[in-house]
Design a protein around this ligand. Structure first.
Ligand code: F6R
Length: 229
């Protein structure tokens, strides 16, 4: 993995943008996107740029099951607000959390992605692939763990309102991406970062599978990098 340590998430967003731009300049047309607090500064830099995605395709990693696309906490809504309203793509695929037919919904995913952006959960999850997830799975329906429900409760009125299930690309889907950019910010990510980069490849730490991918860039702030050797 190519590890870049920056001062803070603002600088990280600029570096993230440079990686997007390099992929764009090399002809990338399908971009895999993530939600959460981590990629926001990169999306801000994309919005401020003159890159034109109107002929491109985006595919999002995941979505809560049961939330309508216009629900303020849906990942669909997040993407509209942070990126798509300002930088429309020709096609943007975000899983439809209201489609109760999981097989139908998931059949739309797992297409080849040129550049996939990822955040990192404190427990080492990527997408909604929680510890213990079978790495051979493609896009699938996930039951969220208690730790993820608690971590995401800050976005809802209370933890009871956090959906219990999500649709998520699997580790196998993510590993098929041509290039991966993972960003992680804050000391609370430091244990997961260390295990991802220096630990064994194990289902207990889903992000550790990225060690087996040949084209991964990791952008960390000093807090997230603080436990690396
Ligand atoms: C979001 C996603 C998650 C987040 C992770 C980190 O689409 O797939 O894996 O990347 O939970 O979340 P933040 O960025 O809020 O710390």
């Amino acid at each position: 993995m190519n590890v870049i340590v920056v001062k803070d998430r603002q600088e990280g967003g600029q570096r993230g943008y440079q990686i997007f731009k390099a992929a764009y300049d090399q002809g990338a047309t399908v971009y895999g996107l993530a939600t959460g607090s981590t990629p926001i500064t990169t999306y801000d830099a994309l919005v401020a740029s003159d890159l034109d995605f109107s002929q491109m395709t985006s595919v999002n990693l995941d979505e809560y099951v049961g939330l309508a696309p216009d629900h303020a906490q849906s990942y669909h809504y997040f993407m509209q607000h942070h990126l798509f309203d300002q930088k429309p793509f020709a096609h943007s695929y975000v899983p439809n959390g209201l489609n109760a037919d999981a097989a139908d919904e998931m059949a739309r995913y797992d297409n080849p992605i040129d550049l996939q952006i990822l955040g990192l959960g404190q427990n080492g999850h990527i997408g909604f692939n929680e510890p213990g997830t079978d790495p051979k799975l493609g896009t699938h329906k996930v039951e969220l763990t208690e730790s993820t429900i608690q971590a995401n409760a800050r976005f809802f009125d209370n933890a009871d309102e956090v959906p219990r299930y999500a649709y998520s690309m699997g580790i196998a889907s993510i590993m098929k991406s041509h290039q991966i950019l993972l960003e992680a910010y804050g000391e609370e990510k430091a244990d997961a970062v260390k295990a991802m980069i220096e630990g064994p490849v194990t289902p207990d730490l889903p992000a550790s599978y990225l060690q087996n991918h040949g084209n991964v860039t990791v952008i960390l702030d000093e807090g997230a990098a603080s436990k690396l050797n």
